[in-house]
Design a protein around this ligand. Structure first.
Ligand code: HDD
Length: 714
């Protein structure tokens, strides 16, 4: 590291050094004690009157232990209850002084420590990761000027326009009140009842029905600040800003059928993936980009910048990269850090301000309010994960769980305390609210500029590739197909007809409701705006660096395997940064055709194809695939094929692919490579894999999924 890098790394370590002061390594420190520090010699039996007698009240150790345990849980978040977090840092590429005076966006040599929590929204804390849902993407920057929280999602738009509707929306999507079902799912009557009556939901619903709602990894999804915020520079000039996180590895998703199976095979699929990548030193990275709109262009769009159900197409206002974030440290205690972290949209720093977006204004109330209940009082900013690295000097005192021993005066103004803490401002560092002129009548009415609910859902639909459109239709059919109230299904289709006629028709055909006729149908594609497209909205356009780093590749091995083949592919995939695991019917070792023993990473019955990105079938010397006899292996390959995953087969390993012919694979063994455009790459000659095979297999993995292989809807 040169000096600049060292300085940058030291700046990122500020939060870690602060956390270290709070480490409590009880087991290493000596014998067991009570909370009062009294040593305990026996914690396995309670104090009783006689060997078979009743437990005695005076057993203070027993009562303290049980009482503490009884109170170990805090209320889970009312939304976004399930999450996973990590520490890291943010580093700007260059100074953004032209637009904002935020200190953490000025100096490319300074890394600002950060904590990110990813989450699902609907399900409780113990629900599965791979449900169809929005993902939260909340970032806390521990800046030198105090904490800045960017509390975003992996969709750029939200379901409602005004925060007063948030309780209605959340009640509708959450499990139904009478039976607390379904868990982690939106496919139920109350959500779709709400959607059918509330067309402002349609744009976010289109995102929810798309593959964006089932990300392959938290490390492979975009993040968005959603609202239009305001940058303010040192001269006090404001610029509207929308925030975008773009993952270096690109945005990739699961297939719905796979996502559902994953919920059972590994409910921790996304959080485990994040944890493992960081432990392996494969640090997830995102680029922070901004869309900047000068204040004078506030009304230059055919939608309102204050409307959180709208996005600014990137083709209209390009995303300008301003820095990158790297997550390089897992938390040490889930409860202390990931569970107790408290985000708040109103945690801003000088240079970043709000707009009058009514959703944002409501959020600025709600987050502090919810933390008071969730974290049991007003002192949660003292918790290690929430503590700023900037100095804190307030006259706030007391309250539950106060951990500071404040001394001196606690009011302003004072002379007895030397006037401290004094008002900031002389050095220009204080936060000052943007001086926006506001003038109007007190009214309770949605702005007429918020009324077009159909053009942008149409824009989204128009921007999708064919396979994405197919998945959206299938998702609508799945969700509405689970709605019992037929009238709700029909009304939702009427809403969709105002977005796009083809979409409505395809959905209607799958759920047994008539196509709308009359005004709703006529409204489809009515406006100019609803005919446009924004290619950047397609996952096709979000491929990142195109590498296969951290993709998980399964190699199915058994005794008799051609070890030379396995080694040649392993070496190449490892060089590309992929994770390769050898799977066999039982754990331990297999004996290769060369007589050597090879280590097995996992037993097939403990895993499944849905936990991997691709599969390799090496051959053996006996003319058939060694894997072909094993039912788990066959199922593995079938699933990989159904889910569009790359499959590589070598030598006699190609034989197992004939089992896929009923699934639609057109297998030809005459050629060196078979149908590699469908992501099935084969080499029939025995021995080590050739360069051509390796290149084709790596390219197939980089493409992620091979949609042409999957059946089209009817
Ligand atoms: Fe929210 C949590 C994101 C609208 C009220 N929200 C929460 C979290 C994220 C978001 C990522 C989890 C933070 C964490 O990991 O601890 N919320 C959003 C986005 C929204 C949004 C991107 C729209 C643009 N939220 C929204 C509205 C309200 C809330 C309109 C209320 C008026 N959100 C909350 C909350 C939560 C929350 C009830 C629950 C737990 C928490 O705050 O700390 O206050």
């Amino acid at each position: 590291m040169d000096r600049t890098d060292q300085d940058a790394a030291a700046s990122a370590d500020r939060k870690q050094r602060q956390r270290e002061a709070f480490h409590a390594d009880d087991p290493a420190a000596g014998p067991l004690t009570t909370d009062q520090g009294v040593e305990v010699d026996h914690t396995d039996d309670s104090l009783t009157a006689g060997e078979r007698g009743p437990t005695l009240m005076e057993d203070f150790h027993f009562r303290e232990k049980l009482t503490h345990f009884d109170h170990e849980r805090i209320p889970e978040r009312v939304v976004h209850a399930r999450g996973a977090g990590a520490y890291g840092y943010f580093q700007p590429y260059e100074s953004c002084a032209e637009f904002t005076r935020a200190a953490f966006l000025q100096d490319p040599a300074v890394r600002t420590p950060a904590f990110v929590r990813f989450s699902t929204v609907q399900g409780p804390k113990g629900s599965a990761d791979t449900v169809r849902d929005v993902r939260g993407f909340a970032t806390k920057f521990y800046t030198s000027e105090g904490n800045y929280d960017l509390v975003g999602n992996n969709f750029p738009v939200f379901f409602i326009q005004d925060g007063i509707k948030f309780p209605d929306f959340v009640h509708a999507v959450k499990p139904e009140p009478h039976n607390d079902m379904p868990t982690g799912a939106s496919a139920h009557d109350t959500l779709w009842d709400f959607v059918s009556l509330q067309p402002e939901t349609l744009h976010a619903i289109m995102w929810l029905m798309s593959d964006r709602a089932i990300p392959r990894s938290y490390r492979m999804m975009q993040g968005f600040g959603v609202h239009t915020f305001r940058f303010v520079n040192a001269e006090g000039r404001g610029t509207f800003v929308k925030f975008h996180w773009k993952p270096r590895l690109g945005s990739h998703s699961l297939v719905w059928d796979e996502a559902q199976e994953c919920q059972g095979r590994n409910p921790d699929f996304n959080r485990g993936d994040l944890w493992d990548a960081i432990e392996a030193g494969e640090y997830p990275e995102w680029e922070l980009g901004v869309q900047l709109v000068p204040e004078e262009d506030e009304f230059a769009f055919d939608f309102d910048l204050l409307d959180a159900t709208k996005l600014i197409p990137e083709e209209q206002v390009p995303v300008r990269p301003i820095g990158r974030m790297v997550l390089d440290r897992n938390p040490e205690n889930f409860f202390a850090e990931t569970e107790q972290v408290a985000f708040h949209t109103a945690n801003v720093v000088p240079g970043i301000d709000f707009t009058n977006d009514p959703l944002l204004q409501a959020r600025n109330f709600s987050y502090l309010d919810t933390q008071l209940t969730r974290l049991g009082g007003p002192n949660f900013a003292q918790l290690p994960v929430n503590r700023p690295v900037a100095p804190v000097r307030t006259n706030q005192r007391d309250g539950a769980h106060q951990s500071a021993i404040h001394r001196g005066t606690n009011y302003f103004p004072n002379s007895l305390g030397g006037g401290c803490p004094a008002h900031a401002g002389v050095d220009g560092k204080a936060f000052t609210h943007y001086t926006e002129r506001v003038d109007g009548h007190k009214i309770r009415r949605r702005s007429p500029s918020f009324q077009d609910h159909w053009s942008q859902p149409a824009l989204f639909w128009n921007s999708m590739s064919d396979w994405e459109k197919q998945h959206i239709v299938e998702a609508f059919r799945f969700e509405l197909g689970k709605v019992d109230a037929r009238a709700v299904r029909a009304l939702t289709v009427e809403q969709l007809a105002k977005v796009n006629g083809e979409l409505a028709t395809e959905v209607a055909r799958g759920i047994g409701v008539p196509l709308p006729s009359g005004p709703a149908a006529e409204a489809a594609e009515a406006t100019e705006a609803s005919k446009s497209a924004s290619p950047a909205l397609s996952l096709e356009a979000q491929r990142g660096d195109g590498s296969i780093r951290t993709r998980k590749i399964a190699v199915l091995v058994t005794d008799g395997i051609d070890a030379e083949q396995v080694t040649s592919v392993r070496e190449r995939l490892a060089a590309e940064g992929a994770i390769v695991e050898a799977l066999a019917p039982v754990d331990g070792e297999v004996r290769g055709a060369d007589g050597e023993l090879y280590t097995v990473d996992r037993a097939l019955p403990t895993v499944a194809s849905v936990l991997y990105d691709a599969v390799l079938l090496p051959g053996g010397p006996v003319g058939t695939s060694p894997a072909a006899a094993d039912p788990d292996a066959l199922r593995f390959v079938r699933d990989a094929y159904r889910h569009g995953k790359p499959i590589g087969a070598l030598g006699s390993g190609v034989g197992i692919l004939s089992a896929l012919e009923p699934e639609g694979l057109r297998l030809s063994t005459e050629f060196h490579h078979v149908e590699s455009d469908l992501g099935v790459v084969t080499e029939t000659s025995p021995g080590a894999a050739g360069e051509e095979f390796l290149d084709a297999f790596v390219a197939a993995i980089a493409a992620h999924r091979h949609w042409d292989r999957l059946p089209t809807r009817h």
